[in-house]
Ligand binder design. Structure first.
Ligand code: ADP
Length: 483
């Protein structure tokens, strides 16, 4: 018997899953890694703990395989998050700066004032924003003494978690074009190399960065096992859903909803407010368009904290218990509105309440708003020329059947719920098999055929057209309200 292992190094923890024949789960381990918020807007974590979570999770999974051979291991990582380490000792020099951390806003403001943004957009394809690794590295160099000292001494190294985990548990730091795209230091049209001009804009010496290899291939060993893929988590999920053809799209419904569409062999000419990125590089490069709804499952947890639902799952029964929202509307902007409108200052809004409004109306309005936000992104994908005909979905919120039906109704296309809940780890594992020559990368497309398909309900078309126009008017009005 043989197994494939997918390691999904995510924001809140690391999941390691071993898959056997027919993608049967043979072992599954999760190690939580705490994040810290030392100041408002700051998010960081201990890079050592992430390495330990990967090493322990992997050892525990291998221990459950009864000696089955491990054909390949694939590692996906959270992307954007920056680790600074000492080249000689490999020790972290500072806490890792997590993707959602806003501490480098000052660096962004300064570069924007200096007129750097158009050039960054032209080269990297992405706007200036604290989200990407670029300004986080600059911030560490300017504000952390240990990092600055190591840079002075020629010993500093920077990388995302794929690079750091490979440095600690593998044969040396390395990354791939999909994660490198999230640093903003790689040109969108030249994946596989650090760009000197982008590095100069952010004051980063390319010698501090790991080599960029292919996403899929014989990538050496990780903890003694053959490493067959390195990917960023969102594109590992895209692979895990079998989205190999242009226009194939997936949405992961967790804390936020992360929608990604395969955009084909060249970067989209007009990304229509979405982020162009590299999906993977195997024999050739595939691009993707990325759009995020930052407030989704987090709004469910918030409703729970407010006492409006007993738990997030209760939202399903509540939403279905009323015929409509009773005129209530919600703008899910608890952390701004992201793609494709980019209104970071927008805040959540409830509106349209009367003395007859119940919590069921309010909860239903939140779920409906999430579905409309996903439609905003899918529409932008259409504008960019990669309109999906089907949306493949995974994540904790897909357990909410009411929301999934509403999503299909709002989009007017079917929604297919992944048969394998761990779509991201599966993508990493299946891509790794291709990397070590045990399968063809194209075989991942088979995965697209599995899962339950939810069709838009009969008669939802008229509602959808009117609802969409209303939603856009409301979003524009509410999103631009002063905070
Ligand atoms: P993440 O990977 O981002 O931590 P998960 O995929 O584990 O997220 O999903 C958890 C999120 O989904 C939580 O924010 C939770 O509030 C929400 N959630 C879980 N089940 C449901 C449900 N049945 N209905 C609505 N929201 C849900």
């Amino acid at each position: 018997m043989s197994a494939l292992i997918g390691i999904d190094q995510g924001t809140t923890g690391t999941r390691v899953v071993a898959f056997g024949h027919g993608d049967r789960v043979l072992a599954d381990e999760y190690r939580e890694v705490p994040t810290a918020h030392p100041h408002p807007g700051w998010v960081e974590k201990d890079a050592d703990q992430v390495v330990v979570s990967v090493a322990e999770g992997l050892a525990a999974v291998v221990g459950q395989l009864d000696g089955a051979r491990v054909d390949a291991v694939g590692l996906d990582n959270e992307g954007e998050t920056v680790v600074a380490w000492d080249a000689e000792t490999l020790r972290p020099l500072a806490p890792a700066v997590v993707w959602s951390c806003r501490r480098s806003q000052g660096v962004v403001d300064r570069l924007r004032a200096a007129g750097a943004e158009p050039r960054v957009r032209a080269l990297a394809g992405t706007p200036l924003d604290p989200y990407f690794s670029s300004t986080k590295i600059r911030w560490l160099l300017e504000n952390d003494e240990a990092v600055a000292g190591a840079a002075e001494a020629g010993r500093v190294r920077f990388g995302t978690f794929d690079a750091y985990v490979c440095a600690r548990l593998g044969e040396g730091a390395r990354t791939d074009p999909s994660t490198a795209a999230r640093t903003q230091l790689q040109r969108i049209d030249r994946p596989g190399e650090w760009d000197e001009e982008l590095c100069a804009i952010f004051g980063v010496d390319p010698a501090w960065l790991p080599p960029i290899g292919p996403s899929v291939g014989e990538l050496g060993r990780l903890a003694g096992l053959p490493l067959g893929t390195l990917l960023v988590d969102q594109t590992a999920a895209l692979a895990g859903h079998g989205c190999l053809a242009p226009g194939a799209a997936k949405a992961t419904y967790g804390t936020g909803v992360f929608v990604l569409a395969n955009a084909g062999a060249s970067p989209p000419a007009d990304p229509a407010g979405l982020l162009p990125t590299v999906a993977w590089q195997e024999q050739s490069v595939a691009y993707a368009l990325d759009g995020g709804v930052f407030t989704a499952g987090s709004a469910m947890s918030w409703l729970h904290e407010l006492g409006l639902v007993a738990d997030p799952a209760e939202s399903e029964a509540l939403a279905g218990s009323v015929a409509d929202t009773g005129g209530v509307r919600f703008l899910p902007a608890l952390t701004g509105v992201a793609a494709p409108w980019w209104m970071p200052e927008a805040r959540g809004v409830w509106a349209g309440m009367t003395a007859h409004t119940t919590r069921a109306h309010m909860v239903r309005a939140v779920l409906e708003a999430i579905a409309w936000r996903v439609r905003d992104i899918v529409d932008a994908m259409g504008t960019a020329g990669v309109a999906p005909a089907l949306l493949r979905v995974d994540g904790g919120m897909t357990g909410n059947r009411w929301l999934m039906q509403r999503q299909a109704d709002v989009l007017g296309i079917p929604v297919r719920v992944a048969a394998q809940a761990e779509a991201t780890a599966l993508g990493a594992a299946r891509a790794a098999a291709a990397g070590v020559g045990r399968a063809a990368f194209a075989d991942l497309a088979e995965l697209a055929e599995t899962g339950e398909t939810i069709e838009p309900s009969a008669g939802s078309a008229a509602w959808r057209y009117a609802g969409h126009a209303d939603w856009r008017r409301w979003l524009e009005a509410a999103g631009t309200l002063p905070a």
